[in-house]
Design a protein around this ligand. Structure first.
Ligand code: GLP
Length: 263
């Protein structure tokens, strides 16, 4: 695992966006051989999306031959609800770039048969040859996508029951009313993320320090599902200094030292 420590949120977002853009450009995607990008929601990746949009507007990158798969979606909220992940993605990213709508994949939390929806999502990922780069965020309890503590570290796309921690954390998007937060979600599994060729997480703020400690300094554990990335051959965590508040001094210095040529 690589850990990239940047001074603040803006620098973290720029580093991550540069990495994503470079990966797409080097791949030279075509309609026959598109670049497949996994996309997260949440407040953490907003800066990353903003930087990618700037690169698109500056003519540095096109998303015409990029296919996306989102990580997750709430169950049973209308697709056009302002807090659905469909709405989030179009508002914060897709409507600002030249991606083809037919290349966007987001789980349908209103499908009649949610299990079939999950199975078909895995099939759709396999049909394009897998995900090249899965971007992600981290929940304060160390969850990745909606893989809550205790989720299988080999699991595939599935229905997840959200924990109280996550419902409280996400209530800020629902008038701070936990009763309005959906209690279930569809999510790619940790196994789905692990199957991507590369994974890039963004993790910022003091409120993520406990999660980052467990993901980077701790052992691999289903209690902190993003810790499984320690075993991925090409995982990067990009964080700001505030998120490092609980890392051991040795770990903090080690990663700064190891990555000093990459800032
Ligand atoms: C939700 C999403 C996760 C996201 C997490 C953290 O639970 N399902 O994918 O990483 O929130 O969100 P934020 O970036 O807003 O802290």
């Amino acid at each position: 695992m690589r850990v990239i420590i940047r001074p603040d949120y803006d620098e973290m977002s720029k580093w991550a966006a540069n990495y994503v853009a470079k990966s797409i450009l080097e791949f030279k995607p075509t309609p026959e051989s598109p670049f497949v990008l996994g996309c997260p929601t949440g407040s953490s990746p907003i800066g990353l999306y903003r930087e990618l949009i700037k690169k698109y507007e500056a003519g540095e990158i096109s998303f015409q031959n990029v296919v996306t798969f989102n990580m997750d979606e709430y169950v049973r909220i209308p697709e056009d609800h302002p807090e659905s992940y469909h709405s989030f993605m179009w508002k914060n990213f897709f409507s600002h770039i030249d991606i083809k709508p037919e290349n966007v994949h987001i789980l349908n939390g209103n499908a009649d048969d949610l299990e079939a929806e999950c199975a078909n999502y895995e099939k759709a990922i396999a049909a394009v040859g897998g995900i090249h780069l899965f971007m992600g965020g981290v929940g304060p309890d160390g969850h990745l996508a909606f893989n809550e503590p205790g989720s299988s570290l080999n699991g595939l796309t599935h229905v997840e029951t959200l924990t109280t921690d996550t419902i409280i954390a996400n209530s800020r998007f629902f008038d701070n009313d936990i009763n309005l937060v959906p209690k279930k979600a569809l999510t790619v599994g940790i196994g789905t993320v692990m199957a991507a060729k590369e994974v890039l997480l963004v993790c910022n703020g003091h409120h993520k320090a406990r999660a980052l400690k467990h993901i980077v300094d701790g052992n691999v554990s289903h209690k902190w599902t993003a810790s499984m990335l320690q075993t991925h051959p090409a995982a990067i965590v990009v964080c700001d200094e505030a998120a490092c508040d609980e890392l051991s001094v040795g770990t903090f210095k080690y990663f700064l030292d190891k990555e000093r040529d990459n800032f």
